[in-house]
Design a binder for this molecule. Structure first.
Ligand SMILES: Cc1cc2nc3c(=O)[nH]c(=O)nc-3n(C[C@H](O)[C@H](O)[C@H](O)COP(=O)(O)O)c2cc1C
Length: 178
């Protein structure tokens, strides 16, 4: 089986997670940044993954999907988002985060993906651009009401979680429901 993982991210965690997925799938897998990924035409399975920034997929992953939508419709495909809030919260009658992040991507397709889900990423303040650092400080202190003087290092990256996700893909390829 030939697989292609197209990912988008800024600071490397989505790339590492893509590598962990490929390791567990044990297919002949090509991993590429969405900015220079090949057409999905030659692959049996295509995984489309993105880091979540301010609730959204990276623009280059959206662009890749839109460009190849007709080919992707006919492919076995998997969607994954990498973020901190994989579960989501219910506030003032609305869901924020979790599946809400990837539903707009899933809804792009008439033929639904074989599998989809959210995987935990990380925030490493020493890697952040000054703009992203400021955005996070605003989010923590103004929106969440914390009193942080610095962005804390938080990693929730979990290889076991990622391998379980890959195992679900393997099961579904074999025709299992879950
Ligand atoms: C500016 C900024 C905005 C973010 N927005 C969200 C968000 O809306 N929801 C979430 O769960 N995580 C959010 N994150 C966390 C990222 O999704 C997480 O750091 C991810 O692992 C980044 O992947 P990357 O290293 O591949 O860029 C944000 C991080 C930054 C720096």
């Amino acid at each position: 089986m030939k697989a292609l993982i197209v990912y988008g991210g800024k600071y490397g965690s989505t790339k590492v997670i893509s590598e962990w997925i490929a390791e567990r799938l044990s297919f002949d897998t090509v991993i590429r940044d969405a900015k220079d990924a090949p057409s999905p035409g030659d692959f049996d399975l295509v995984l489309l993954g993105s880091a979540i920034y301010e609730g959204k997929f990276m623009p280059e992953v959206n662009t890749y999907i839109d460009k190849h939508i007709n080919t992707l419709e006919e492919k076995k495909k998997v969607i994954f988002g990498v973020c901190l809030d994989t579960k989501g919260v219910f506030v003032k009658g609305k869901i924020h985060g979790g599946w809400e992040y990837i539903m707009p991507i899933i809804k792009k397709f008439k033929n639904p993906p074989l599998h989809a889900g959210l995987l935990h990423g990380e925030i490493n303040p020493s890697k952040l651009s000054s703009e992203d650092y400021k955005r996070l400080m605003h989010f923590y202190n103004k929106i969440l009401g914390k009193n942080y003087s610095a962005v804390p290092y938080r990693t929730k990256m979990n290889k076991e979680e990622v391998w379980e996700f890959a195992e679900k893909i393997i099961n579904k390829l074999k025709g299992k429901v879950y």
